[in-house]
Design a protein around this ligand. Structure first.
Ligand code: OGA
Ligand code: NI
Length: 359
């Protein structure tokens, strides 16, 4: 800063004490335009190498590193697919508790409907419907390390609205393609082949989609839609409506930053598995959801999760004597089942966390 302005306004002085932010950060999480990507890259397909692609990978890498969160536009998910999913979700949640309760999750099957009253969770002000992307999905029966038994879980589809299942399956298929494209960009940004991470998902992935409904909340100062947390899987692709409420903890200063609803955009965040794979280069970041006293809110995260037998550990190509491994390998299925079990029972013990596997 030149001397001419050094002693002028209070504003200038205050600004000097704020952390220095680049322009996009000052406005919130980065927005990335994916139009340089080919339309229909699936798992195993290669994106076409080009300098535009390198630029895109670099932008994704920067966003993963500095925020752990970004929004994408021109992502290739057809608007009609998203609209049909959002409408089916609204129609499903508009039903009576009794009707929705017919597809309630239970101790055996963690997928289906649940609400905060049922789980006695006073913190999260919402109701949820979960379905898996692979149907059926296999996960370990028990968190016990010696118990190898698996359970085969099928989605619980409600009778109403009649188009619900089709809307869900179509949506999951399209968003999965986007998740793979992002996985490719993240691999490239780490200096790895584009398809380096696909093998963890091609067979037996445990990905699932969650329909969230946050009703208006009369005590907004006392409740949160979702309390602060990090996502446990690899990557999350979230559709939020125009109400807003999602907040992300900014890495530079720890402040909660509102994620502005952007029409047709998806919000992407790095989960714990990418944190471990990247040996902490890309950290998963705390986020939470505020409630709204007047308006109900809907959101739809897609959690990209690997096969249950995946051993999660830092990628060997990224390790060196200067960058030794920060984590011991852990079994994803056991981690996931431990979380699901304690979420269901609300055991009052601390949930399993990746830092438990720190070297
Ligand atoms: C989640 C989540 C954010 C939202 O379900 O893990 O962070 O906006 N949801 O609903
Ligand atoms: Ni989350």
């Amino acid at each position: 800063m030149g001397e001419a302005v050094a002693d002028t306004s209070a504003f200038t002085q205050a600004a000097e004490h704020r952390p220095k932010l680049t322009a996009p950060e000052a406005e919130g999480v980065p927005l990335i335009d994916l139009s340089a990507l080919p339309e229909a890259a699936g798992a195993g397909d290669n994106l076409h190498p080009s300098s535009a692609l390198d630029d895109l990978a670099a932008a994704v890498g920067d966003a993963c590193k500095s925020w752990g969160f970004f929004q994408v536009v021109n992502h290739g998910v057809p608007p009609g697919t998203r609209r049909r999913m959002e409408e089916a979700s609204r129609r499903f949640f508009a039903q009576s508790k009794e009707e929705k309760g017919k597809v309630r999750r239970d101790e055996v099957n963690p997928y289906g409907y649940y609400d905060t009253e049922h789980t006695k969770n006073v913190r999260d002000w919402k109701e949820v419907f979960d379905f898996t992307v692979q149907n059926p999905t296999f996960i370990p029966v028990s968190p016990e390390p010696d118990d190898d038994a698996l359970k085969e879980l099928k989605n619980q589809w409600p009778d109403f609205p009649p188009e619900f299942r089709e809307a869900c399956e179509e949506y999951a298929g399209e968003v999965q393609k986007l998740a793979y494209k992002l996985l490719g960009l993240i691999s490239l940004s780490l200096g790895l082949p584009e398809n380096r991470l696909n093998g963890f998902f091609n067979k037996d992935q445990t990905s699932f989609v969650r329909l969230n409904h946050y009703p208006p909340c009369p005590i907004p100062h006392l409740a949160l839609g979702v309390g602060p947390h990090k996502d446990a899987g690899a990557l999350t692709v979230l559709a939020q409506d125009d109400v807003g409420g999602l907040e992300v903890r900014r890495k530079t200063d720890g402040e909660w930053v509102f994620v502005k609803p952007t029409p047709d955009a998806f919000i992407i965040n790095v989960g714990d598995i990418i944190q471990v794979w990247s040996n902490d280069k890309y950290e998963s970041v705390d986020h939470r959801v505020k409630v709204n006293p007047e308006r109900e809110r809907f959101s739809i995260p897609f959690f990209l999760n690997p096969a249950h037998y995946t051993l999660v550990e830092p990628l060997s190509e990224l390790l060196s004597s200067d960058n030794p491994t920060k984590y011991k390998a852990y079994n994803w299925g056991k981690f996931y089942t431990t979380r699901k079990t304690s979420n269901f029972k609300k055991l009052g013990v601390e949930n399993i966390q990746i830092y438990h596997f720190r070297v």
